[in-house]
Design a protein around this ligand. Structure first.
Ligand code: M6R
Length: 611
């Protein structure tokens, strides 16, 4: 969480930093701040969004050629002007921004307090900054050396950007566990949590690795490890355009991203799936195919929406590949003592590729000899780099805090992975394999067709927007979609929602049903259809209000449900990629109807880079 930006070069730094912060606001939006170097150090910071800061410093002298900026998701200390970054050191000469958590900050704070230091904020960042300053003073060394010494004492995760008023054209940056991208321009450098702040200026970027330190000047980028050895920066070409981070005429990024799904799923399948030839090309699977074929077990680790994609995959892989699958919350897996046997494969799923719990869980599994297959959206992200193999979802940049197009991309990739392994293992008939390839190929078109009726969902959302609670039920492949629908509704509309397997309803949740409770059934035509129709009847018998996602042509459900949204027919393995979309729309329209800032719902951040 938290977004960081930096610039040093001949241009005005402030407009670059402030625009960059607006693009990174999805990473946290509790407070904002900038530090500018021009005849000394100037720091402006404020509780609230980037726009609040911008307004509050109108008319100030913001001229500078070096600057850093921060948008915060609060960890240590409530959102306030004082706790906002940048923090300034006791001498008043250094300013620092930080993304991550310094776990041993209390110990460091005690040491500094004993030496007479006092602190203005409650943050771990101010402690680390003064710790660096103390080392510089005590060891009589330069700032770079002080940072190196300090970071060797630090446990936790960080990206820091540090400026010194005595060296006004230099930014010192370091990372461990949180992302840092450096854009290389002509006589200028850009820094960011991702590449969005630098998109219009350069396509050449360096992804900084853990335990690396960067000394960044307008015409110089020096990369070193914590042992003070130089590292040659590896420059990669960015494959992203400015349009990818603009709303493109939509009211919100979330809506834009929902409507992008025909093309993002198409991009995900493109170059991989050839239904006519009957082939799926995925080098990440091909390179590990013998491991997959022999795998005694697959363990899927992920968080949130990505975890739901993992649950769908559990059904698909077990059905098609006959490999036992376990799906684990990364946050639980990392603290358990999990049994990982020789040959087990870990599939790690993450949109951002930076989720702290997933990252640590991968590291833990790797230590125990597991092979890691990453399914990630953000190219070059930490999880992508930590994996032994994998496949990108190619959904493009997802900015709305609610994950939508990344989810359908994950489902598409996981389905292809399962089909490929099944074919290699001989656990799928040629006919079923070919049919599923054709079905997959048709998904973008079917998504496009159902999106044409989005307005029907808007009307349903307006009808139920005042509900206090909601229940989402599904069976089989659609059970994880019910969980996903409930998660979306919670985060985007703040309506309390629960997802359950429809059959579990009788074991407790049915007690909630009355004439005020909307119950959303994900009830597309599949092998569980008759059973779920019975479940709908059970809810109606108790006066619950039923909203059903059904398959076009279904004649039973319209006679039972209060409201129905139809999706095109599809094989039950493919259906989740369709049935999830009306639920994304339902939460979006309910959020909008309730006046929620759907792209930035309260308390959330897009990438959860702290545990
Ligand atoms: O980037 P990741 O896929 O690893 O993120 C995992 C979750 O934080 C994420 O899916 C979260 O649950 C979303 N806000 C859901 O919409």
């Amino acid at each position: 969480m938290c977004g960081i930006v930096g610039y040093t070069g001949p241009k005005e730094a402030y407009p670059i930093v402030i625009t960059g912060l607006k693009r990174l606001e999805y990473r946290g939006y509790d407070s904002t701040g900038v530090a500018l170097l021009n005849n000394g150090l100037k720091v402006y910071k404020k509780k609230g969004r980037v726009a609040d800061l911008e307004e509050s410093i109108l008319g100030k002298d913001l001229h500078a050629h070096t600057g850093i900026g921060h948008t915060r998701w609060a960890t240590h200390g409530e959102p306030s002007d004082t706790n906002a970054h940048p923090h300034v050191s006791t001498s008043g000469k250094l300013a620092m921004i930080h993304n991550g958590i310094i776990e041993n900050y209390a110990q460091l704070k005690k040491e500094l307090t004993n030496k007479g230091y006092t602190f203005k904020s409650e943050t771990d960042t101010e402690v680390l900054l003064n710790f660096i300053e103390e080392i510089r003073k005590n060891n009589q060394c330069d700032l770079e050396e002080a940072v190196r010494v300090a970071l060797k004492r630090v446990s936790g995760a960080y990206v820091i950007l540090l400026v010194d008023e005595d060296n006004p054209d230099t930014i010192i940056a370091a990372r461990k566990g949180s992302p840092l991208v450096i854009g290389v321009g002509k006589g200028e450098h850009f820094l960011g949590s991702d590449a969005s702040p630098m998109l219009e200026y350069t396509k050449e970027v360096v992804y900084v690795n853990d335990y690396e330190l960067a000394i960044v000047r307008p015409d110089e980028l020096i990369l070193k490890n914590l042992g003070n050895e130089k590292i040659t920066p590896f420059v990669t070409k960015l494959d992203m355009e400015l349009a990818a981070i603009e709303k493109g005429g939509y009211d919100h990024f979330m809506l834009k991203e929902i409507f992008e799904q025909p093309s993002t799923i198409h991009d995900c399948l493109r170059g991989r799936l050839d239904a006519l030839a009957g082939t799926i090309t995925m080098s990440g699977v091909e390179n590990n195919i013998e491991h997959f074929k022999k795998a005694p077990r697959i363990i899927i680790i992920a968080c949130g929406t990505s975890w739901h994609a993992g649950l769908v995959a559990e059904y698909i892989i077990e059905e098609l590949c006959r490999i036992p699958v376990e799906v684990e919350y990364a946050s639980e897996f990392r603290y358990r003592n999990p049994v990982i046997n020789k040959g087990d494969i870990i599939i790690a799923i993450s949109q951002s590729g930076e989720t702290a719990d997933t990252l640590v869980a991968i590291e833990k599994a790797k230590e125990q000899g597991a092979i890691i297959f990453g399914i990630v959206n953000v190219v070059g992200s930490s999880i992508a780099r930590l994996s032994n193999g994998g496949a990108y979802t190619h959904a493009g940049m997802e900015i709305g805090v609610a994950s939508t197009k990344a989810f359908t991309g994950q489902l598409a990739v996981l389905t292809m992975v399962a089909l490929k392994i099944a074919r290699e293992k001989g656990t799928i008939s040629e006919e079923r394999y070919r049919n599923l390839l054709l079905e997959l190929q048709d998904v973008p078109e079917k998504v496009e067709a159902l999106l044409k009726n989005a307005d029907e969902i808007r009307l349903i959302a307006e009808k139920y927007k005042d509900a206090k609670d909601a229940l989402f039920l599904g069976r089989g492949y659609n059970f994880p979609i019910a969980l996903e629908g409930a998660l979306k509704l919670k985060e985007i509309s703040y309506i309390h929602a629960e997802g359950y397997p429809a059959a579990e309803m009788k074991h407790g949740p049915i007690a909630l049903v009355d004439e005020n409770l909307p119950v959303v059934f994900v009830a597309t035509k599949d092998s569980y259809h008759e059973k779920i129709v019975s479940n709908i009847q059970e809810i109606k018998a108790r006066k619950g209000m039923v909203i059903a996602i059904a398959t076009e042509g279904d004649e039973t459900i319209p006679g039972l449900a209060d409201d129905v949204f139809f999706v095109p027919p599809a094989d039950e393995i493919i259906a989740p990629m369709l049935s999830c979309i009306p639920l994304q729309l339902l939460s979006y329209y309910m959020g909008v109807a309730k006046g929620v800032d759907v792209d930035k719902p309260r308390n959330l951040a897009k990438s959860v880079t702290v545990e």
